[in-house]
Design a protein around this ligand. Sequence first.
Ligand SMILES: Nc1nc2c(c(=O)[nH]1)N[C@H]1C(S)=C(S)[C@@H](COP(=O)(O)OP(=O)(O)OC[C@H]3O[C@@H](n4cnc5c(=O)[nH]c(N)nc54)[C@H](O)[C@@H]3O)O[C@H]1N2
Ligand SMILES: Nc1nc2c(c(=O)[nH]1)N[C@H]1C(S)=C(S)[C@@H](COP(=O)(O)OP(=O)(O)OC[C@H]3O[C@@H](n4cnc5c(=O)[nH]c(N)nc54)[C@H](O)[C@@H]3O)O[C@H]1N2
Ligand code: SF4
Ligand SMILES: [Mo]
Length: 733
Amino acid sequence: MNALHDSAASPATIERKTFCGICEAACGIIVTVQGDAVLKIRGDVDHPNSKGFLCPKGAAFGAVRDDPDRVLQPLQRQADGGFVPVSWDAALDDIGARLRGIIRRHGRESIGVHLGNPNGWNYGAFMWLLGMAAALKTKHLYTASSVDINNYWVVGELLYGHNLVTPFPDIAHTQFLIVLGANPVVTHGSMMTAGRVKEQMAAIVERGGRVVVIDPRRSETAAQFEWQPMRPDGDPWLLAGMLKTILDEGLADTAALHRQTRDADALPALLATVSGDRVAAETGIAWAEVQALARAFAAAPAAALYGRCGASLGPFSTLTNYLINLLNIVTGNLDKRGGMVFGQPMLDTEGFTRLFGINGYDRWRTRVDGIPEVMGTSPLATLPREIRTPGKGQLRALLIASGNIATTSCASGDVGAALDELDLLISLDPYITETSQRAHYILPPTLWLERDGMPIFSQMHAAVPYAQWTPASVAPRGEARDDWWIIDEICKRIGLVPSASRAAQWLGKLGIRLTPATAVDLFMRLGSAGDRFGLKAGISRRRLFERTSGVALADVPAVGVSRQRVHHPGGLIPLRQPLMTAEMARLVARPTSHDPAYPLQLVSIRELRSQNSWLHNVPKLTPGDRRPHLRVHPDDARALALQDGDEAAITSPWGEITVPVTISDEMMSGTVALPHSWGHAGGWRRAVAIGGGRYNDLTSNAATEIDLPSGNAVLNGLRVRVARRNVALAAAS
Ligand SMILES: Nc1nc2c(c(=O)[nH]1)N[C@H]1C(S)=C(S)[C@@H](COP(=O)(O)OP(=O)(O)OC[C@H]3O[C@@H](n4cnc5c(=O)[nH]c(N)nc54)[C@H](O)[C@@H]3O)O[C@H]1N2
Ligand SMILES: Nc1nc2c(c(=O)[nH]1)N[C@H]1C(S)=C(S)[C@@H](COP(=O)(O)OP(=O)(O)OC[C@H]3O[C@@H](n4cnc5c(=O)[nH]c(N)nc54)[C@H](O)[C@@H]3O)O[C@H]1N2
Ligand code: SF4
Ligand SMILES: [Mo]
């Protein structure tokens, strides 16, 4: 090809605005594309929330899109475990035929659906997966929430009458932020979409306020603010102790309690059995310091107590989350400027889920373990037993969309083995992963740059309420198709309309199928921010497509709205919660465990250049030695005769893995920490070559080892022992 021909053919360079679909920050970005190539990604200063911020993951996403290991054609697994490419028609027709056979033999309720984390940036997939499960009338709807935030959904229902009501810090105005088990400097905020979150936290201190980070590890966030070390799982004790102090010393905001709640007189009984000595023993924090923290929090002019994975992946995570909410409520910081505020989404997700009967709690229990449903879902912890336990409703076929549960779910080894026992496993994933390699078919999805997008999840917790909906920035690679399209095509072949809506079912009978874009646009335009089809000034998909940086819906989240936002009678928050009283009693009754066989506690680490189990296959995001290293305090290392760089075996009651060790005083002595969701297998060659131990081979999915009210997995605070590898080998032989 000569130069002249080359230049004549080379397409123009174009800049397109959209948002990053990797994490909840949903940063506004500008993508430079040439033809179907992504040349560059940079931050968009005009975005209402992120204001130009970009992290290394977003910047490197072009390399993920172009990854040579990306699956670009439907793959069918062969008897030898290898995969061969097949046409879309062949794959979909065969899947349809097999599903019809399974339905004939075992009924629709034997088919399951799993939604992994990346669906949070994939509204079409999200809706169509929920719709498919609703149309199947299956109880086998699983989501990543059950290894993450099921406890939030339960507390939302108990206190505010809707799972999706989950207040978040008004970070731009608070004077006192307590960060309980979260590392926003690295993770950029979760259940809180606050752009430039590190700068916003620094600004609290600059305006004379405080940021206190309570964490067994001096995390990247703790290192920049006040670090209060605490034992893993000390959270419910710390919170109960703080609440007791506030009530005993008359520091509660009685006017706020009167205005926003009922049955506040039930609170002292909840805490009757909590003693200062026990709080100190369980947290490792002196009782006087717990009291001082409570007094300072109550005295601050505006304060917010924010908890995340450190507080939501422990054995009492619903109780913990409940107590977090109580502290914010009792101190008068709920629904207050600079306190905890309610979200103002562009799409009324609360109304949407209510309309279709999706929200709710404990309307039924899981078949094998009797765990309460949460928003119509079953927890991942139950999945292997639902596959293996015979009887009506046994799980026979599963469609997994963007989930790598053979690594990210509790008891990952058991999950992998159970998936092999299914009659049919379908995985929608851009890679051959530990999970998708077990599938009969891997179907290649478009990635977020290649499809239109709206921040379906992030919009619910945005520090600056905003709306954004952008067209695809670049064409899909290969034969990749939008996840929702794939789901729709599978549903067509089994005679389903993937929707919980009766209207959609009727239209389906007439041969009319909505797209997710049409359905969301319709709902959004009828909602409070919508244009009511031209009757008022407001948003629609067409208008948002013209303003690709997004539009602020307000400067700040509204306050003084709790009566409207609480879905309980009178708009009042009911503070008498028998379920939580029972949990408190269970906590108090549980002996402080010091098992000499497992003297240490293990917690998870997240890293700047990783997103859970993915983004591990591109060199840009995996420089140097990327194996997950176990962080061990120098005192513990000395006692275990561990040197920096040694290989060590970590043993829990449920498994053992081997990892290299880094000795660091960032840990509290007695606690060790390891990055989660490494240890890959399958066809992502670099990720596999990096190797490393798989954290969740140490965790349990037993019905006794989860948070009981929510079914949420326990992934932090695991009891373990650690030994130098050669020592462990000698002991074993
Ligand atoms: N770069 C990056 N960003 C991400 C992700 C990622 O993998 N990488 N993942 C995204 C996802 S899915 C989520 S859910 C969010 C999570 O966001 P975060 O919750 O901010 O992330 P973690 O790193 O899990 O932070 C948990 C913190 O709790 C501490 N901890 C562990 N156990 C306990 C305990 O028992 N009590 C207390 N008080 N602290 C404890 C840990 O040491 C850790 O510092 O991040 C999101 N953002
Ligand atoms: N030990 C331990 N385990 C944990 C955690 C922890 O803190 N500690 N955190 C838990 C939490 S909070 C979460 S949210 C889960 C997350 O775990 P998962 O829900 O499994 O999510 P990811 O690992 O982020 O991504 C899963 C898969 O999605 C694929 N993918 C990416 N984009 C797309 C897309 O657009 N379409 C499709 N179809 N696929 C896509 C990726 O290739 C990847 O294989 O992990 C949990 N596991
Ligand atoms: S912080 Fe999250 S949303 Fe922002 S660029 Fe990084 S990965 Fe993307
Ligand atoms: Mo998560």
